[in-house]
Ligand binder design. Sequence first.
Ligand code: KG4
Ligand code: ZN
Length: 344
Amino acid sequence: MILAIESSCDESAVALFDPSRGMAGEWVHSQVEVHGRHGGVVPALAAREHLAHLPALIGLAAGAAAGAGIDRVAVTRGPGLAPCLALGVAAAKSLALSLRVPLAGINHLRGHAWSPFIALHGGDPAGFSGRLGGLLPHLGLIVSGGHTLLLSIGADRRITELSSTRDDAAGEALDKGAKLLGLGYPGGPLVEMHAAGGRIDAFDFPRGLPRREDLDFSFSGLKTSLRYQIEGMAAEAVAARRSDLCAAYQEAVVGALASKAGAALGRAPYRSLGLSGGVAANARLRAALQAEAQARGLPLLSARPGHTGDNAAMIAFAAWMEEGTPGPGGMGVSIEPGLALCDR
Ligand code: KG4
Ligand code: ZN
């Protein structure tokens, strides 16, 4: 049984994963309300919230694991907000010390990369290896508030970063766009909600780095273009056309993500496409990626709803997937706020 702790940003989360039976429990405390009042994540407040809530979540998980026992502790060591990571790692070290079990430091981005495969495990480790083998090599798209990148997972399970954003992440673009439109935080779900009644072709927003040869993303021009569009309109007109603005803006983000993923799929004989990170909750994005995958006869593996945004299940699962590979462990685990996907 693996107990995992995730506290890299604004979710305090603990999960229990039993490799022979599947995810055995998940405990989450979301800080969305606290940060919503400030229009974005405030690191010092986030750390205070983790300090207040992680112990109880760990207590609940430890209680649930009491019969079976905990064999390993895993914790996110980066990337993320330094004070938040530090609290998670300190808690994980205390727990591993008191239980006298090994501790693994896990890369949050590798958690997102493996998260679409959690459902594939489904509590059946015997068949998992074979099922996984049939889906590799895999192309993955991680879209969150802090990161936007394409990665591949080879037949040997090695993860390689193919491209990333040159400026804003996709979720950041949606959050900043929502702020410009006066919608609140976090912006992604609000833009999606308002976009429902709007026309995607009502405004012509630019797609960053449109050349298909370039797999990198860029969203800062899109955000600037929305700002100019809004500045050129009367406040009443912005309010009256909020749905159209959201629909066209969301479409520009989704279109850029789908077209880069499609271009990447054409470059190697991939056998599956994956989608994870907070923005993967967006139905329009899932549909667009489904179309890209289907056009090539490939399955789309989407992280399941509770596992798109930050969660501890993906940290436990990554710890299991990467067990036995060299990486930081024990009391030597340090925090790495700027950790890259390919680092451990
Ligand atoms: O993965 P995540 O929870 O945290 C980071 O690691 O960043 O992602 C948060 C991001 C935010 O930018 C939020 O606006 C976006 O995911 N998001 C969405 C939706 N739900 C969350 N974006 C678009 N549509 C959604 N339904
Ligand atoms: Zn994340």
